[in-house]
Ligand binder design. Sequence first.
Ligand code: MG
Ligand code: MG
Length: 257
Amino acid sequence: MIQLKTKEEIELIRDAAQLVGKALAEVGRHICPGVTTAFLDHIGEQFIRDNGGIPLCKGFEGFPSAFCISVNDVIVHGIPSDTLYLKEGDNVSVDCVIELNGYVGDSAYTFPVGEVSPEMQRLMRVTREALYIGLDKCKAGNRVGDIGHAVQQHCEKNGYNVVRELCGHGVGFQMHESPNVPNYGIVGTGPLLKDGMVIAVEPMVCQGSKNVKFSKEDGWTCRTKDGKMAAHFEHTVAIGKNGPDILSTFDYIENNK
Ligand code: MG
Ligand code: MG
């Protein structure tokens, strides 16, 4: 069942989603060659707790960390590790879900580590663009398939592929709610978007084939099967009568807000 949110509830979800944006920026400030992903997770978790939030990934179905930190060919659900050191030219997707005052926000950002190649820059740019193109469809009267179609079109037009196994989702009262929001789809199909719905839109984009493999060791880490690079950006958004109300933000990352 899709649970609609009141205006007051949307404001509380916004507060949680804004804290996610601040936590991603805090982690981003520490991203450089030579740091471990476990160090980043530690910094970020401390920041969340200092600001009254609860990192919901930690403990979710046994996930061990506050953040999913996914490097290069890891698309999503990377587990922070004290033996994984970032190197110049990597890309690192940082994904975080926070509960604040009982409401939940979810956002992710892919950061470059130092100087990255033009190919990596292009993958990150196109994935970020696909997110905003998808968000543009988040308007009452459209359908979930309109979002997926727009994301998929933009990625495929640029020679990339979108992951099929994982998708966006409803969010706000809990970490994962209905509906699923795939990054592919057919215009005019899927659940109807209504005023008061809150969803996470999150393109997961592969440089090569769309096929993925999940780690047999930890059961979480999701990599590209061909070992090519991937990127991931995510916002929490409220569906409005006239268009999207993006509740999370990259302003703290990109504009030093
Ligand atoms: Mg997320
Ligand atoms: Mg999500």
